[in-house]
Design a protein around this ligand. Structure first.
Ligand SMILES: Cc1cc2nc3c(=O)[nH]c(=O)nc-3n(C[C@H](O)[C@H](O)[C@H](O)COP(=O)(O)OP(=O)(O)OC[C@H]3O[C@@H](n4cnc5c(N)ncnc54)[C@H](O)[C@@H]3O)c2cc1C
Ligand SMILES: Cc1cc2nc3c(=O)[nH]c(=O)nc-3n(C[C@H](O)[C@H](O)[C@H](O)COP(=O)(O)O)c2cc1C
Ligand code: SF4
Ligand code: SF4
Ligand code: SF4
Length: 1006
């Protein structure tokens, strides 16, 4: 735990709330417009333990219920059932940090309050008092805030009988002295404080949080104690292992595909078993009845798994899984218990709940639905608002008026839902990819707002700007914005490797914005002719290679008035893009739309002219070219190094694809094998399927989830019926009479070890090799450069044989000679990287400086915060139906007018505002503050700072910050616990005033 982590004084807390409400019309950064406004008609109300609550939702016991401000924030966003963070006698825990990893499914290594027992009580009472005060102050309907606090205690009876826990249990039953003391402080900031009617009993119900490994006898004794001696309605929080190893692992690994998650046998060994649980629950129900209390279960706790990721301290051997896979497991457990007890067991649900599934859970009979992982993702507490919205819709759709009627009316049983949930893509591992959401950008103290999609785009396309233009229906503006930075918009609108989408902040909400598909729509619109300037007049440039790199450089230079000649060995332009990438991904007529502007600008193309054969660099110099650009790509297919690779029937990928593109019919037989797992391999397999109409098998030594190819390409490959033989290593090529017969393969397996990048290492399995009979084998391993035309030129090459070029200017060791794209530095990459290299060379030749312009936007922060918390699935691009994918017609189609605007609406305008870290901090330790850019010397109006006292270094903000940084460490750290600080609001005001004195850095918005 951070040594600084501590609650702030009650007086400061109250001052913060009421001053912020008065001056900024918000509380803890949540604008009043985004508060959940309780419904007078009590549409969502329900009853728990005999008390009414305004909604059935709330934060699960965890980081959102640790401190007063957390609980109040949850309540302001619609939570009405608050599961307080577990309190236990050992109250000086040293939790290793970071302790939360919510990149996708959740993991954590913390397990109860980090505050001392007396501090916990104080925090809960403060929250209680504040909620009652705000209910009145905000003018919410009704006399009561309609909220229930559910206590959580652990972990053994001995501990619960210790003096500190006994004191805690006594005080929550009568917290009068605490409440009265706090009201005195409250009165300094809220005039009506003394008139409030705040109940002194904080809670009459409790959840027993059972430690992983708690024996049934102990659970029964504690529960009996809580009911008989403490008079508390009691829930027992069960572990998901109750479902049993076979079913649990079946769901986790086979049905959902979380094959990397290892649940140790020990977890099932030491946890409560189903056969022990049923009699125990039956006994405890009887105890409750005899005490006139309610008894039930809370499903579920987190799942104990091995710590195999690289986030937590490796000394932590175990971590605890939550979120989407836990949902499917726990729903199945709930369904099993529901049948066991004939629908009569009281159940409360917390496992991967979200806005979409909570109506199903309520229809299935859950008394309340609480969340932890979902609220730790971008949007934070505000995500709760959509739970209510979705329930509202579900009630409407059922044609009834209230939650109670909805529960009655719903035809769906828990059993039905349990069967559906394991099929639902929302819960399958492969559906989302959140592993690459952080960019390389350094995080600075100030001015950190920059869209990660732009950071990740090699040509810095102004994505949010063109999204805004499309949203506003201003297509002409969108065309201008895209074409300003993009020399090949039609090509890149279709086949860019779109790494921008991996970092789109929507990945953590639902799915990335379809950045490439929106660009495609824009690129297909009519465009004005490219303007020509005289900036580069008099400069004569020779470009070798008419691939995307060469075309991009040619366009920039010709538009600047240079004389540009391109020398291309083939008979047409485009390099890999024009000659190899299949037509069903990029039709030639589309490619030509990017070529025509170059011709219009006067670029001279010499087709069929190969450097080395038809001319040398020296010839070009003699012909008066001032600059020579080497953009020749990587034209040699690499081989496996097995015998018989030169036999008939074995072909390299580039030759195969080039021929297929030129001829469109080749006899390759009926049994085709492809070796590889990148985009080239996907193209080869899909082209082979179209040509042969036979069986195409792709052989890969790892598993599909590890393939480096674009996910959309993999999906298309599988949809089109191509078989992938995973964990299979080619050993030999069997040839009879010079003819290919089969590929001999060896089985591979994962054994749990990983390489330095965290990737699973496949190992050979000893035993029999096996054969795949083949008519054609296509080798799609990778490519290398062909640079014989540079013989005799003193140009530096790296160890891999690529040309060494400056990463900014792309000039080589030979003055005036530039190299980029697939032929330089790290070798083969992508179209957009080649285009970026071409642009950068042109800029260097023209002596251009990069210009950065600050953005000037009006931001509706409340609206943006709300939009940033709402989930909304991506608009699917129209696609050719499977039965029509027999030839080379384009598979993916362009969005129409309506679809494109719907998709552009999903963009969250990351050029205007960020504060993602603020939204995911459960403790509200990160806060957004405003500065006046004109007066402060900073570029951006919205900045963030850390209230260090409230930060327990959980690490959650690091996961969601799109930069490479750690906001809780890298942002200005403020300390409340010092003389003269009245409230957080005044502290933030002070940093706004002093910011210019601190080192200002960072990148302005573009
Ligand atoms: C099958 C396949 C599919 C791909 N799919 C994608 C994709 O979907 N998205 C993506 O971003 N990237 C994709 N790539 C990668 C991408 O095509 C390349 O990274 C990109 O084309 C590199 O551009 P370049 O200009 O450096 O080289 P190239 O595109 O290779 O162009 C080089 C040009 O130089 C010419 N040339 C070579 N030597 C000479 C010489 N001696 N004299 C004259 N001319 C010469 C070549 O004929 C060629 O026209 C794919 C690659 C392959 C092989
Ligand atoms: C960081 C973290 C801390 C948690 N702390 C507690 C706790 O103190 N007591 C408890 O009973 N459950 C705790 N839980 C479990 C949650 O209450 C919840 O049951 C579980 O995370 C499943 O819900 P979810 O999938 O919505 O996260 C914690 C979970 C997380 C992720
Ligand atoms: S939401 Fe929009 S601006 Fe933000 S990363 Fe995604 S596409 Fe870019
Ligand atoms: S600032 Fe970051 S590390 Fe600190 S509590 Fe908040 S999310 Fe956790
Ligand atoms: S998440 Fe926070 S620290 Fe990171 S860029 Fe956004 S505002 Fe800055």
């Amino acid at each position: 735990m951070s040594a600084l982590f501590q609650p702030i004084a009650a007086d400061q807390l109250f001052a913060w709330v009421f001053r912020e409400l008065e001056t900024r019309d918000s509380v803890f950064g949540i604008p009043r417009r985004n508060f959940y406004w309780p419904r007078e008609d009590e549409r969502f109300a329900t009853t728990v333990f005999g008390q009414r609550i305004g909604t059935p939702f709330g934060p699960a016991a965890g980081p959102h219920t640790q401190m007063a401000q957390n609980i109040v924030a949850a309540w302001l966003c619609g939570a009405r059932y608050i599961e307080l963070k577990t309190v236990q006698t050992l109250d000086e825990l040293d939790v290793s940090k970071p302790c939360i990893d919510m990149e996708d499914e959740g993991y954590n290594v913390e397990w109860s309050q980090e505050l001392r027992v007396h501090e916990s009580l104080e925090e809960y009472v403060r929250a209680w008092v504040l909620i009652h005060a705000l209910h009145r102050k905000l003018g919410f309907p009704g006399d009561s805030p309609d909220v229930v606090f559910n206590l959580s205690v652990g972990y053994d009876l001995d501990g619960i009988r210790q003096p500190n826990m006994q004191w805690f249990l006594d005080e929550v039953q009568d917290a009068g002295s605490h409440v009265d003391g706090l009201v005195e402080y409250l009165a300094r900031h809220y005039a009506d404080a003394h008139g409030l009617d705040i109940p002194h009993r904080l809670s009459d119900n409790v959840t027993l949080s059972t430690m992983h490994g708690c024996p049934p006898g102990e659970i029964e004794s504690i529960s009996t104690y809580l009911m008989q001696e403490r008079g508390l309605h009691t829930l027992v929080k069960c572990n998901p292992t109750l479902l049993g190893p076979d079913r649990l692992r079946g769901i986790l690994h086979e049905e959902l595909g979380y094959t990397d998650v290892v649940v140790p046998d020990a977890a099932f060994g030491h946890d409560l078993k189903y056969e022990d649980a049923v009699p125990m629950l039956t006994n405890l129900r009887a105890v409750a009845e005899s005490c006139g209390l309610e008894f039930g279960v809370k499903l579920s706790n987190t799942l104990e798994v091995e710590n195999l990721r690289q986030v937590f301290d490796p000394a932590e051997k175990t971590m605890y899984l939550s979120g989407r896979p836990l949902h499917a497991i726990t729903v199945n457990l709930a369904s099993k218990l529901d049948s066991e007890f004939d629908g009569d067991l009281l159940m409360s649900f917390s496992a991967g709940a979200n806005c979409f599934n909570s109506p199903d859970l309520l229809a299935g009979g859950m008394q309340t639905v609480t969340s932890c992982s979902d609220l730790l993702k971008t949007g934070g507490y505000l995500r709760m608002l959509q739970y209510v919205e979705c329930l509202d819709d579900a009630i409407d759709n059922a044609g009834v008026a209230t939650l109670a009627e909805f529960r009655e009316a719903s035809p769906q049983t828990l059993d039905d839902y349990a069967r559906c949930v394991v099929q639902d893509p929302q819960y399958k591992k492969s559906t989302f990819d959140t592993a690459h959401t952080k960019t390389q950008r350094q995080l600075e103290n100030f001015d950190c707002i920059k869209p990660p999609c732009v950071d990740e785009c090699p040509i810095s396309q102004k994505v949010p700007k063109y999204m805004r233009a499309v949203r506003q229906g201003n297509d002409a503006k969108a065309v201008e914005i895209v074409r300003e930075d993009n020399p090949l918009p039609c090509v890149l609108g279709r086949v860019c490797d779109h790494l921008c989408e991996q970092t789109c902040v929507r990945n953590h909400l639902d799915e990335p914005v379809a950045i490439r598909d929106v660009k495609r729509y824009i690129a297909d619109l009519p465009a004005p002719a490219t303007a020509r300037s005289t900036e580069g007049a008099g400069i004569k440039v020779a470009i070798i290679g008419a691939g995307p790199g060469g075309m991009a450089a040619a366009k920039e230079l010709a538009a600047a008035g240079c004389h540009v000649e391109v020398f291309e060995q083939n008979q047409r332009a485009g390099g890999m893009v024009g000659g190899v990438v299949p037509e069903y991904r990029l039709p030639w007529n589309i490619f030509e739309k990017d070529l025509q502007p170059l011709e219009a600008l006067g670029v001279v193309f010499h087709y069929g002219k190969a450097a080395g054969t038809d001319f040398t660099l020296a010839d070009l110099r003699n012909d008066g070219f001032d600059k020579i650009l080497v953009l020749v790509g990587a034209q040699r297919s690499k081989m496996l190094g097995l015998d018989n690779e030169d036999s008939a029937g074995v072909v390299d990928a580039l030759a195969f694809l080039r021929r297929a593109r030129d001829e469109q019919t080749i006899d390759i037989g009926k049994r085709i094998g492809v070796i590889g797992a990148g985009d080239t391999a996907m193209d080869c397999a899909r082209v082979a399927k179209r040509l042969s109409k036979g069986d195409v098998t792709l052989v890969y030594r790892r598993t599909v989830d590890q393939m480096p190819a674009d996910r959309e390409e993999i999906r298309h490959l599988l949809e089109e019926g191509i078989e992938v033989v995973e964990l299979c290593k080619p050993q030999a090529i069997r040839v009879d009479d010079g003819e290919l017969r089969a590929l001999v393969c060896r089985h591979m397996e994962y054994r749990g070890d990983r390489d330095s990048s965290g990737r699973k290492v496949p190992h050979e399995v000893s035993g029999e090799d096996f054969e795949i009979p083949l008519d054609t084998l296509i080798l799609a391993i990778s490519q290398g450069p062909v640079l014989d035309f540079l013989d005799g030129e003193p140009i530096e090459l790296n160890e891999q044989g690529y040309v060494v070029a400056d990463p900014e200017t792309f000039e080589t060791s030979l003055s005036g000679v530039y190299a980029g794209g697939d032929v330089a530095n790290a070798g083969p990459a992508s179209i957009v990287k080649a285009a970026a290299a071409g642009k950068a060379m042109a800029a260097h030749i023209l002596g251009r400086q990069a210009v950065r312009r600050p953005g000037a936007y009006e931001v509706d922060v409340a609206d943006l915060l709300r939009r940033r918390s709402r989930r909304q699935w991506r608009t699917p691009s129209p696609e050719l139906s499977l039965d029509r994918r027999t030839g080379f017609d384009e598979v993916v189609q362009t969005f129409d007018d309506n679809l494109v605007r719907a998709e552009a609406e999903r963009c969250l305008e990351c050029d205007t505002f960020c504060s993602l870290c603020v939204s995911v901090c459960p403790n509200l330790a990160l806060q957004t503050y405003e500065v006046d850019p004109a007066a402060s010397g900073l570029q951006q109006r919205y900045q963030v700072a850390v209230i260090a006292d409230l930060c327990n270094e959980c690490g959650n903000c690091t996961t969601f910050c799109p930069t490479s940084g750690r906001p809780y460490r890298d942002k200005p750290r403020l300390f409340v616990d010092r003389e003269g600080v009245e409230s957080i609001d005044t502290l933030l005001a002070s940093i706004s005033a002093s910011a210019p004195e601190l080192p200002a850095a960072g990148s302005p918005t573009s």
